[in-house]
Ligand binder design. Structure first.
Ligand code: SF4
Length: 221
């Protein structure tokens, strides 16, 4: 058998690297096109490609998306929507009692009289904000609801109560990090982004949160 010379080996390696780079570029381009069409039409096409594609090619995608004048915020918001879409089927099939809802403490009124405990803040239903009323509604479905000051509380409560599914409310970065954590735990989670960011008196669309937290499987036609 004739072995390739050193020069031929370099050429073969060069072609191999070029082929891999081309494959990555083609995959990134397909993923971005599918993602843009999905965003524009408000429904997800080929989610099996988008999720791993976004993770593996996140860096490359960011460069290309920036070239297309789509900023990081849009990419993250898109990946959260995608996450929700991919988790929807598993989450919606869960019994309500196995769903845990985490609210950020910044949703409270500045004059909130709640007490901090090992399980987060305990709402006193003082009616200075909408949390008390919404907790009552969510609990009437059977969900467990917690107002937490940070992810340490989330981890502790998940360990203690072992929910089968989670809904996390927060600013875009909190939701992104929360979904990454639940992915590592293999828990289907839904993220709901606050409509007003900040550290105090933030806002969430409560009807949307309640719809997400109590969603049922879609009826097959
Ligand atoms: S309703 Fe609950 S969370 Fe809202 S301000 Fe009153 S005690 Fe705090």
């Amino acid at each position: 058998m004739v072995l390739p010379s050193l020069e031929q080996s370099f050429i073969i390696m060069g072609y191999a690297v070029l082929a891999i780079l081309l494959a990555i570029l083609v995959l990134a381009a397909v993923m971005i096109i599918v993602a843009i069409i999905s965003m524009r039409r408000g429904r997800f096409y080929m989610p099996w490609l988008l999720k791993p594609g976004l993770i593996i090619l996140e860096g490359l995608a960011k460069i290309l998306w920036r070239a297309g004048r789509i900023d990081d915020h849009d990419i993250i918001a898109f990946s959260i929507r995608l996450h929700n879409q991919l988790n929807r089927e598993r989450f919606s099939g869960l019994p309500m009692e196995d769903r845990m809802i985490f609210l950020p403490q910044c949703l409270r009124s500045m004059d909130c009289p709640s007490n901090l405990t090992i399980e987060g803040l305990v709402c006193k239903r003082c009616k200075r904000c909408d949390i008390g009323k919404s907790i009552d509604e969510l609990e009437s479905y059977g969900c467990k609801v917690f107002i937490v000051p940070g992810s340490t509380f989330v981890k502790r409560l998940v360990k203690k109560y072992r929910p089968q599914g989670i809904v996390g409310v927060g600013c875009i970065m909190e939701v992104k990090e929360g979904l990454e954590m639940t992915d590592r735990l293999d828990l289907p989670a839904m993220g709901v982004i606050t409509s007003k960011d900040g550290c105090v008196e933030t806002i969430v669309d409560w009807p949307t949160l309640i719809d997400v937290a109590t969603m049922r499987p879609l009826k097959k036609v």
